[in-house]
Design a protein around this ligand. Structure first.
Ligand code: GYE
Length: 324
């Protein structure tokens, strides 16, 4: 029996074993036919990332997948070495969230040579070689940036004067930083009233977001809007705005992306004005893809995650159920 057939038998056995009260399939420890997945996570630096990791680990564990989990600590080089380790371990499927967009072609060629399919999760890569990965799941970062800009334009639609915007950017060269920036510019639509007067790197982190915003406010005070490419940098910016004697959400409007619990709290208090969701809970969708890829079934090149937007009028309906 080849490994695909063993896996099919396992799926049938699991289906027959029935569901638990919570709806999860009860899985007996499998000795044979277990899929081994190598997963490389970007880092462990935020609540968003922790929720993403938890969702993936949970979804794979309830399906009895053997998971080799590595954390890249925001280093592309460490991530490439981890993926090479998965290839040496002859895993069945590799999945990873690329730290940055470029520089993965060689290691993906090594995976292809070893006939190990690769799935990208959350972030994407840039490559001129089609077929280096089989599928990619994640958010539409361009649409998220554009949604943020459309809110800003709506908020200032009656204002005649120039609207000065500070942009706090995520990790340089990462897909969400590059695409959210492009989407934001696209959403502003070249309207000359809206001017991005400063773009600073805050590496998707709270302290770096705060430091970046402090530096901007030291050089100029006529800021109307902060567009932070994630909640953490936006929350950092709130502290910097207050330290400069201004009221976040009022004197300076704040727009962010992610919708983690802390972000929603700030929104409910009027300190943040608008948040575009970026959903980290992609474990179930990833698990479905892993199974299909393992069984050699056709899979879509791209799977988008479902997302919504939050503002003061709807935030209280969702804030209590937010786990991250
Ligand atoms: O927005 C940010 C995290 O890759 C979409 O990474 C993800 C981003 C997310 O650090 O908070």
């Amino acid at each position: 029996m080849n490994r695909r057939m063993v896996f099919l038998c396992l799926v049938v056995a699991l289906t027959l074993s029935g569901c638990g009260q919570d709806g999860n399939v009860k899985v007996r420890p499998a000795k044979k036919g277990q899929i081994t997945v190598g997963f490389s996570q970007i880092g462990e630096s935020s609540l968003w990332r922790a929720a993403n990791t938890k969702s993936i680990k949970h979804s794979l564990s309830i399906e009895n997948v053997r998971l080799i989990f590595a954390v890249a600590g925001l280093s592309r080089e460490k991530q490439i070495a981890d993926i090479q380790g998965f290839i040496r371990d002859k895993v069945d499927v590799i999945a990873f969230s690329p730290v940055v967009e470029n520089g993965y072609d060689d290691v993906l060629r090594e995976a292809r040579q070893a006939k190990i399919p690769v799935i990208l999760t959350d972030r994407a890569i840039r490559t001129s070689e089609p077929g280096l990965y089989v599928s990619s799941i994640g958010s539409n970062f361009t649409a998220e940036g554009s949604s943020a800009a459309v809110w800003v334009k709506g908020e200032f639609r009656t204002t005649r004067k120039t609207v000065n915007i500070v942009e706090l950017e995520g990790t340089a060269g990462s897909a969400p930083a590059v695409q959210r920036k492009a989407g934001f510019l696209e959403g502003l639509g070249g309207d000359p009233r809206f001017r991005i007067v400063a773009s600073r790197n805050g590496n998707f982190s709270r302290p770096e977001g705060e430091a970046a915003m402090k530096a901007v406010l030291r050089s100029r005070r006529d800021i109307d809007v902060v567009f932070a490419q994630n909640d953490d940098m936006g929350i950092g910016a709130l502290a910097a705005i207050e330290a400069a004697g201004k009221r976040p959400g009022k004197d300076i409007k704040v727009v962010t992306i992610d919708a983690i619990h802390d972000g929603l709290i700030a929104l409910s208090k009027g300190r943040i004005n608008y948040i575009v969701e970026c959903n980290p809970l992609i474990g179930p969708q990833l698990m479905r893809l892993i199974k299909d890829v393992f069984l050699g079934l056709p899979v879509p090149m791209r799977v988008d995650t479902e997302e919504m937007v939050f503002f003061p009028d709807n935030v209280n309906d969702y804030i209590h159920e937010r786990e991250y």
